[in-house]
Write a new protein. Sequence first.
Length: 489
Amino acid sequence: MTLPERVKISLTSGAIMRGRRNLFFSIVGLSVLSLLLLGGVTKSHAMTTEEEKKMGRRIVEELERKVEVVQDIPLRAFINRMGRTLAAHADPNPFEMKFYLINGQEPNAMAIPGGYIVVTTGLIVLAENEDEIAGVLSHEIAHVTGRHVVQLIEKTKRLNLASLAAILIGAIAGGGGTTSQAIAATAMATTEALALKYTREMEREADQNGLHILLRAGYDPGGLFSFLNKINKMSLASESKIPAYLSTHPGVEDRIALLENLLQIESKARPSVKPAGGYRRIQARAFVAEREPSVSVAHFDSMVKTDPGEVSAHLGLGLSYQKMGRLDQSRTILQQALSRWPGDKDLLRELGIASFLSGKLDQAIETLRSVSEEGGSHEDPASLFYLARAYQERGEAGKALPLFLRFRNEMPDFPDINRYLGSVYGRLGQKGLSHLYFGKDFRSRGDRNNALLHFRTALKFLEPGSPERTEAEREIRELTAKGQEKQKN
């Protein structure tokens, strides 16, 4: 099921045609950052996978400081689960794949060295279904396992780092003002001059290997084919702007022809994965995440009036009011929707979250428990997280802790989880674990001094030889070494 044509036009044309900030999704940006962090790659020393992982971690740390990573838990869970399913079928794969979703209306996806893949909300809004998203992710996974990005980075070793630093800053700062526009133009020229984009050979390899990943994972490989057709048509329809995805993924027409041939060869019966369902709801969440609340309120209010039987429109309107801070209105919208679709898991979850944010802890706990205890093949991370927070706010740390731990098992990279665990362990009197998790929180925020303070304090309370103490000692060694390296530079 896809969005109505009127809605699709409003989503995609705005994403493609409207001027916006460049979120530095160009190979030159990533290459520059890598060089600045590691000092380049020499001919005599080919990069090992461990060095690539280190490079990737540093790039992602910088990315998290410079762009807006999506905090919407169901959206993150959607990308993570699909990505992990696909990555499990990529062989060989020396990396533990991690997936990041950032706010950006430009539909784009980018492989980063070391097993990281970044996707924009604009890609989710543009795609028709889960198979198209899976097609893009499998293609990027193939770029990672083929180590294509590292090969491109190695080509940049002769560039002037001072000049490239300015280009990187402009790419991160994005559109706005003549300076950033000039820097962006320089970046474009540099990219074209140095051909810092995937070669056609790399694209063919990624298409072939990505197709095999899709087949083994059970997704319809036609998703990548249909997505490329969509992007290509947008490029042809717009004389002034080429979609960013094509700027780093060239030769799309040749790739479409190749995929057509591959699909004919692979048209035999194959196992299929059952879609998670509710893709229009995922699109609604992505639209709310990337737009100003007033825009999304108007958009979904119009959808509700035009198609009152579409549950994703009601969900989007409730989420929009929640983002706007009008929590009573959000709760009213969601309650009205639940009277029409009683027991709907998404509506119940968001009603529980809105109740928590409104300070109605008892109502939040009752509603969120009904979602978190429903069962199924997957946990519901958002209901776990906010149910834990509700118990924490009510002073019931013992009930909050196991819920936070279950949430962390589902989403270990969620930015605030270590802070909440540190707080709960502190309330329970477990000082060693409290300081350990506060140290992790400060480390993730780039605050080396406070991280070291908490890790060293944790050693006073953690048992010698325990896994937690070993972890704290390792964190201290790594942060100390990083500080010494920074002083040398």
